[in-house]
Design a protein around this ligand. Structure first.
Ligand code: NAI
Length: 710
């Protein structure tokens, strides 16, 4: 059974939610059916004095049944489903007995909505537990009364950011916000406090069911809130460029709910929920950020047959920007770190980076002094290769130079055990070539991190020509051990992420060379849903780096006797990096100027360097081109078997370089556009631009066969 019911001598009933065969409780029929039956029993038995709801799992309840929701394509069944769930919660809060949510762990989405329907919430103060309504991250809104209960509980102005950004709070933060009313030390304390509350509040009822209910901070008509409504929609649209319908729908739910009674508000919420749930955006986001991400996290691309492994000690070569970040991420996961650089000052600087991040976390109340000290104690800065002895894994993050990398590889391999894994964090150099410096290429792999490492959730694992499946499994396990998402790709130039991401920044430059206004180009990038415009992004990664990579690639092709096609915007890159010496943000000048005491602004000289064309393209054409180049390149990568699965391609695009999440990833973009339509449009663009944009061969075949990416 999913629910065990216990009754104690004081007639307090505890409902222990513990779904068999699942690691988390999920609000599907297997849970709600016995729940409804339990409520009916409670209603029928006047001797029951109170109800405690808790979970037998590590977490409380994870959320609603996304699988069922994803399958629904029609409005009425979606509306009925969500109304049914609401009805059940409403019955719970009106059962006439005090009901306490005893939150032993995480309560997100529907799980928190269940807790909000209780009269009182107590949580164990466990730093791992998270509380929030993150539905917006899947293109949805809280449909279980969350948009109605939360603002009535903590006020409209406090509730909105939580729902619009899908923030997840720790127990202490949720307490401060008034979402949780008490904290407990452990399960025993939790249940004792829950019982005490029930006994002390026999007549508990929801404030919104009291005729004299007043909204904390006022309802929608209160002047301060009325002012908020005049700016909130435009602020939300400016941030999301209208790409996320859930955002406006959440605002509508709260606004409209704020002028009506609770039950009417709930019905309004259901209607907006259906709007969101059936939208292509929700389908894209759920398909990728829920199903595909879960499949990856469950080890879809990890070779089978190898026992799970753990890294106890990692050696990091190079304590620069990347090495320091990787050291922090590893130590945070409890792994001992040897951080090696060519000078002790550089190595200690690398360790200091962790100290700085920890100080920030301390200030925000997300870290303790003891936690900071114990994490820093795990990092040993050094210049001595002998300190690498006993490492299970080495990650090389020295300069992007084959010779330097070969040199540190040889030195480290003298010290480490024969079965240790050696990984390179190179961003551009093919792994199989680097593995030539290794005496054990089967243990050599690429682990490509993204900057800043502490924030970026992805690691691209690169399989070299000789990398063994066991090494891949161990690399995969390490990435998961440090709580990042691994995607697996085969070795090739630029791997997957850098190769496709490059097409976006180069398309921006190409548009500039065609005479499009730079401000319009940047705006098109943002409207397409990318986090940064292509020119600003190019400045961030540095034009000199792009120029260096281009020259290196030309040399490599020439050495191999192969023709090099290049990119139509290569001449623009040369002009910026070489002729005009505008190399990007680090150099203080690129497409933008970076004055010391003012925000960056587009370089006025761009107008002379790239004169405006008499005809300016509509924004929608530029947006389409920016999306097309990325999606088409991702399809080419898939065709060349660069990445191993559609899930890796979609997740890699969103987590790796910020491909518009509402599109569901680079390959899902093509699915949603329609493969045949995409091919047709790409051919039209190719005709206009000398073959550039020509669709990947695999797309032409898929269109003929009526297939899509699966
Ligand atoms: P960085 O220049 O900040 O750091 C490199 C560090 O390696 C320096 O501290 C340097 O002193 C040290 N080093 C150089 N030669 C050494 C040697 N022989 N022995 C020991 N230490 C040595 O460079 P960054 O940005 O950290 O990049 C490192 C690697 O990571 C490069 O291969 C780069 O391509 C790659 N990468 C960089 C990304 C980025 O966004 N910067 C993203 C992903 C990968």
């Amino acid at each position: 059974m999913s629910i065990t019911i216990q009754r104690d001598s004081d007639n307090i009933v505890t409902l222990l939610l513990d779904m068999p065969g699942r690691s988390m409780n999920v609000l599907n029929e297997a849970l709600t059916a016995p729940f409804v039956a339990a409520i009916a029993d409670i209603e029928a038995d006047p001797s029951i004095a109170g109800v405690i709801i808790t979970s037998g799992k590590a977490d409380f309840v994870a959320g609603a049944d996304i699988e069922k929701l994803f399958q629904i394509t029609e409005a009425q069944p979606a509306f009925d489903l969500v109304q049914e769930f609401k009805g059940f919660l409403r019955r719970l809060e009106q059962c006439g007995r005090p009901v306490v949510a005893a939150l032993n762990g995480t309560a997100l989405g529907g799980g928190l909505e269940l807790a909000l329907a209780c009269h009182h919430r107590i949580a164990i103060n466990n730093p791992k537990a998270k509380f929030g309504l993150p539905e917006v991250k899947l293109g949805l809104l809280p449909g279980g009364g969350g948009t109605q209960r939360l603002p009535r509980l903590i006020g409209i102005q406090n509730a909105l950011p939580l729902m619009l950004e899908g923030k997840e709070l720790r127990a202490e933060e949720a307490l401060q916000q008034g979402i949780i009313q008490e904290l407990a030390n452990d399960r025993e304390d939790l249940l004792a406090k829950a019982k005490a509350w029930c006994l002390a509040h026999p007549k508990a009822a929801q404030p919104w069911d009291d005729k004299k209910f007043r909204w904390p901070g006022g309802d929608s008509k209160t002047p301060a809130n009325a002012q908020l409504w005049s700016i909130a929609p435009s602020m939300a649209s400016a941030k999301t460029h209208g790409n996320y319908p859930a955002v406006i729908n959440i605002l509508s739910c709260v606004f409209e709910g704020g002028i009506v009674d609770f039950d009417t508000g709930c019905e309004i919420e259901s209607r907006y929920f259906v709007n969101c749930a059936l939208s292509p955006v929700a389908k894209n986001m759920i398909g990728t950020l829920w199903f595909q991400l879960n499949a990856i996290n469950k080890g879809k691309s990890r070779p089978e047959g190898f026992a799970p492994s753990r890294v106890n000690k990692v050696g990091i070569l190079g304590a620069g920007m990347m090495g320091a970040g990787i050291a922090y991420a590893s130590a945070k996961a409890g792994i001992g770190v040897v951080l090696l650089d060519s000078s002790i000052d550089a190595a200690e600087n690398g360790k200091n980076y962790s100290a700085k991040l920890l100080d920030k976390a301390l200030k925000r109340g997300q870290q303790t002094v003891a936690g900071k000290e114990s994490l820093l104690a795990l990092i040993k800065p050094t210049v001595d290769f002998d300190d690498l002895g006993g490492c299970d894994l080495i990650i090389e993050a020295v300069f992007e130079d084959r010779q330097v990398k070969a040199d540190v590889t040889r030195k480290a391999e003298v010290v480490i055990g024969a079965d240790a894994v050696f990984a390179s964090n190179t961003s551009t150099l093919p792994i199989s070539g680097l593995a030539q410096a290794s005496s054990r290429p089967a243990n050599f792999i690429g682990l490509h991190f993204f900057s800043p490492v502490d924030k970026m959730p992805l690691v691209e694992i690169i399989i070299g020509e000789h990398t063994s499946p066991q090494t891949l499994a161990r690399g995969f396990d390490y990435v998961q051990q440090i709580k990042k998402t691994p995607i697996v790709v085969n070795d090739s130039r630029g791997f997957y992420t850098s190769r496709v991401f490059g097409t976006y920044v180069m398309e921006g430059l190409k548009l500039l060379m065609e005479g499009q206004h730079p401000r319009a180009i940047e705006m098109a990038g943002l409207q397409a849903g990318m986090p940064v415009g292509p020119l600003a992004l190019h400045d961030e990664i540095s034009l000199s780096l792009s120029w260096h990579i281009l020259q290196q690639t030309r040399k490599d092709f020439a050495a191999a006797g192969k023709p090099f096609a290049g990119h139509p915007a290569d001449a623009g890159l040369e002009k910026m990096a070489k002729e005009l010496d505008r190399n990007g943000k680090k150099a203080g000048k690129g497409f933008y100027d970076y004055p010391e005491n003012a925000p960056k602004h587009l370089w006025p000289g761009l107008q002379q360097a790239f004169p405006l064309a008499s005809q300016q393209l509509p924004q929608k054409d530029m947006i389409e081109r920016m999306m097309f180049v990325q999606a088409n390149e991702a399809a080419k990568c898939y065709e060349e078997k660069v990445m191993l699965s559609v899930a890796d391609a979609n997740i890699g695009s969103i987590f790796g370089w910020g491909f518009a999440p509402f599109q569901g990833g680079a390959l899902q973009y093509i699915n949603a556009y329609g493969v045949a339509n995409f091919v047709k449009r790409a051919n039209q663009l190719a005709e206009q631009f000398d073959g550039y944009f020509a669709p990947a061969k695999i797309l032409v075949q898929m269109a003929e066969q009526g297939k899509k990416f699966e």
